[in-house]
Ligand binder design. Structure first.
Ligand SMILES: [Zn+2]
Length: 850
């Protein structure tokens, strides 16, 4: 037997000396009959296969000699695989992807040394790996080289498959389908998949774990996909079709918008305009229908920006944020290139005698100066010019305006022949810009009186820096401080985009929510005033949720008010929104009691507290009625600050000090300004929930109306600042940030007869009729009656006792809340702003109905 094998091998390999040597070595080790038998079998199989391929008959003797050299390697492989005493087991690895780097491949492959040959001073190692049930070999002068060799072979093999998926059999080629993705109702997988014609290309792998390779042809292009089942392979094909078509669709249809970075500003109006300017497109919608994720795209300056969000507006705002961020970055880079230092300013000599008080003279000065661009401050450009050895600096919203500012100063200076630098224009602008750029700037004012004059000192605190201005009036002092702040602050804070976009973003979210509720109930598709509360986490304005919204209607007529707590009385939008927030709080508390982790509350001794980082922002699309609305260009101070009551016959709210109205009219409830002011002391949670919660305050108030901030700040906290005393801890005077956005909505002239309320814990909105203060089905979820029920359920779970108390008892059991309430009522009284009108006590004496 052994002779037979050797003879055959010798015949085959006589021409290759190297192989002959190996053969000798092999011969020396062939001491095992079983091995010999197996090799014999292998060799026979080898020839059988080879002959079948070349068409040779097994009996043809003349051919093998020619074929051997070409296949010698393979034969060697067969041979070497069997050389060691115990056959090496080559571990298979399942490689699911062809998108893998050589380095990653090295870390997943399992190498087996199958042979070491040659003299000991110059050995050759042979390594094998098995990938997807296929064995690959590599060799080298060291084990590492052999490993590298086989890794490269595997990599070439799999990446070859990756680059060119082909269909070998033309009959197998899938039928072409023409698809215009833009005509598809929704470009989602489930809509696209049924339209495709799939073909199975191949099935590989063992039968218990097969891999299917499918293909489809769309718009003349082939798409491939793999999967553990035919369905999965089809989904994979569809995904790549969708991706590719989407990309094409976006590229074809995105309308480019050209924005010059140097014109980019960060004030709300500009952000608002840019938001409307961009041409957004929906790229994809993923996730379930009740919780979709949208991906939007827009093209700016030939670059495509993508944004993702839980609603289209969120995704669009995400895009806008990226666009503005990028443009501002470009702006900064551009400016830095051109900015020079003040000392580089070139001097120009101008004779004062040549200057007259005419526009022609100003023009002459403007063109005669040598300007030096000093960079930007906030959104303002800074310019300088040197005239007769003195440097003048100017600010403007464009370089031209800044130049004009410099020239105006030079001109004025030359005209008056004084050395004092006057900057009246600049100072006015500075004050306005500080307010726009740094809405959180804090102003403090001190007054110094001497025998001859009074001097005011205003300190502006922005970003922990203080800027001082002194002047004979508050106004001049404020201007001086603002100017010093503007020139001293340098670049706008990094969070600027955030602070400016945020209020606008919240407005969009609230309006989007209201619009979606209206689309569910088209017959109630209009509103005069809308409001909403947005919740943010950790100051990240993209991580936010609208938790409550409402549209407003008139207050219920006093004749319709019952004592059962079933009707809502005050149906102004901001009041209803806050009731919806309370409803959301009840739901969150219930969930917390069930041990759910994702709620906004956590246990805090016997009570609950809001988790760290959660904040609430109120948006109202008009100025709240009452004190915030009391202003005129003349700012008559004595009429401001008063508590006001919504009165049935009068559209607005009247002062509680107006005795005539008080005698004659039917009183309803306090004005919205007054109520918001109380939320800033007592919190938003209300009396009942104060039994379980510490006060929860508003972080910001955003108005969809531009009024002077002083009116809103006075109305919602300023007027009790000096008289509020004896507040029990943890109650405080909350001073939310205030923002004013230009109105964007065309609201109807008349107030509709219904209100719409919605909170995050309720899928459906409620429609409340102003005549009854109820829904068609009965009391609203945010009525006092329903709140008492929720309170009863909660207190049973938290306190373990079944309370059948009256509403008023539940209210008064929150002891500290009532003390705080007395404090703020007293604060209004001692500031001489009137009295808080309380409802007749019998209105709150209803009980839980079981
Ligand atoms: Zn109101």
């Amino acid at each position: 037997m052994e002779t037979k094998v050797l003879k055959l091998l010798e015949l085959l390999l006589s021409e290759t000396n190297e192989i002959k040597q190996k053969l000798n070595k092999l011969e020396a080790r062939l001491d095992n009959q079983q091995h010999i038998d197996r090799i014999f079998g292998d060799i026979h199989r080898y020839f059988a296969n080879n002959d079948a391929k070349t068409g040779n008959s097994p009996g043809n003797d003349s051919k093998p000699k020619q074929e051997v050299p070409a296949n010698a390697g393979n034969l060697e492989m067969a041979k070497c695989n069997r050389v060691t005493d115990t056959e090496p087991e080559i571990d298979n690895i399942d490689l699911k992807t062809s998108e893998i780097s050589i380095d990653d491949l090295k870390s997943v492959l399992k190498y087996t040394l199958v042979e070491e040959i040659g003299p000991s001073h110059a050995p050759t190692f042979k390594m094998a790996v098995k990938v997807n049930e296929k064995i690959y070999y590599g060799k080298g002068g060291s084990k590492q080289k052999a490993r590298d060799d086989v890794t490269q072979i595997v990599y070439n093999s799999i990446s070859k498959n990756k680059v060119k998926p082909t269909i070998k059999d033309e009959k197998n080629e899938p039928r072409n389908v023409i698809i215009d993705l833009s005509k598809l109702k929704k470009n989602k997988l489930e809509y696209l998949k049924p339209l495709l014609k799939f073909t199975l290309i191949e099935q590989i792998g063992p039968s218990h774990a097969p891999t299917f390779k499918m293909a489809a042809k769309v718009n003349g292009k082939l798409y491939f996909g793999n999967g553990g089942s035919k369905q999965k392979a089809q989904t994979s094909v569809t995904q790549s079709v969708l991706q590719s078509l989407n990309q094409k669709l976006i590229n074809d249809n995105l309308i480019n918008v050209q924005i010059e970075p140097m014109t980019v500003k960060t004030d709300p109006k500009y952000v608002e305009n840019t938001y409307s300017l961009l041409k957004y497109r929906l790229v994809e919608q993923t996730g379930p229908d009740h919780k979709p994720t949208f991906k939007m795209a827009a093209k700016v300056n030939e670059k495509i920006y993508y944004g993702v969000g839980g609603s289209k507006v969120k995704a669009q705002m995400n895009v806008l944020e990226l666009v503005l961020g990028e443009l501002l970055k470009n702006q900064k880079q551009k400016q830095h290139g051109e900015v020079k230092s003040l000392s580089e300013t070139k001097n120009v000599n101008l004779l004062p005698t040549k200057v007259q008080n005419t526009s022609k003279s100003l023009k002459y000065v403007t063109s005669a100066l040598q300007y030096n661009f000093l960079g930007t401050t906030g959104a303002m450009f800074k310019m300088a010019a040197k005239v007769n050895g003195k440097i003048y600096t100017g600010l403007g919203i464009s370089k031209t305006k800044a130049r004009l500012d410099v020239a105006t100063q030079v001109h004025t200076s030359l005209l008056t022949q004084t050395n004092e630098c006057q900057q009246p224009e600049t100072e006015t602008k500075a004050a306005a810009f500080i307010n726009r750029l740094y809405p959180n700037a804090i102003y403090t004012c001190t007054e110094t009186r001497t025998d001859t004059r009074t001097e005011f000192t205003i300190i502006i605190t922005v970003n922990n820096q203080q800027f001082v201005g002194i002047g004979p009036s508050k106004k001049i002092a404020k201007k001086a401080a603002a100017f010093s702040a503007l020139t001293g602050l340098g670049d706008p804070p990094k969070t600027q985009i955030n602070t400016v976009v945020k209020p606008e973003f919240f407005r969009r979210l609230v309006e989007e929510k209201i619009a979606s509720l209206m689309s569910q109930t088209p017959q109630f598709g209009r509103y005069k005033v809308g409001a909403g509360i947005v919740m943010t986490r950790n100051g990240n304005f993209l991580d936010c949720d609208v938790v409550a919204v409402a549209t407003g209607t008139k207050c219920i007529r006093s004749a319709k008010i019952t004592n059962s707590g079933a009707n809502l009385n005050d149906m102004h939008a901001e009041i209803l929104t806050r009731r919806c927030l309370i409803d959301f709080f009840y739901d969150q508390l219930e969930l917390s009691l069930e041990g759910r982790k994702e709620t906004i509350f956590e246990r805090n001794g016997p009570k609950f507290r809001l988790k760290d980082g959660i904040e609430f922002h109120l948006f109202v699309d008009t100025t709240p009625c009452g004190d915030a609305s009391v202003f005129s260009p003349r700012n008559v101070p004595r009429r401001q600050g008063f508590l006001r009551v919504k009165v049935e016959a009068v559209g607005g709210a009247v002062s509680t000090k107006n005795e005539r109205i008080f005698r004659e009219e039917k009183l309803l409830t306090m004005s919205c300004s007054d109520k918001i002011c109380r939320w800033n002391v007592l919190g938003l949670q209300g009396a009942l929930l104060s039994n379980f919660l510490d006060p929860i305050y508003l972080k910001s108030v955003i108005l969809g109306n531009v009024i002077h901030e002083s009116h809103l700040q006075r109305a919602i906290y300023g007027r009790v600042k000096d008289t509020l005393v004896n507040l029990p801890s943890p109650y405080k005077l909350n001073t939310p940030s205030t923002f004013f956005l230009p109105s964007t909505r065309q609201s109807p002239a008349s107030v509709p007869n219904f209100a719409i309320t919605w909170s995050k814990n309720n899928q459906q909105c409620e429609i409340i009729n102003y005549r009854t203060g109820m829904t068609q089905l009965g009391p609203s979820k945010v009525s006092k009656q329903r709140f008492l029920q929720k309170f009863g359920a909660l207190s049973e779970k938290i306190w373990g006792k079944n309370l059948e108390i009256m509403y008023i008892e539940a209210k008064f059991s929150a002891f500290e809340y009532n003390n705080a309430k007395n404090s703020i009522n007293e604060a209004f009284r001692s500031a001489d702003l009137g009295n808080w009108i309380t409802r007749p006590i019998e209105r709150e004496m209803f009980r839980l109905k079981n």
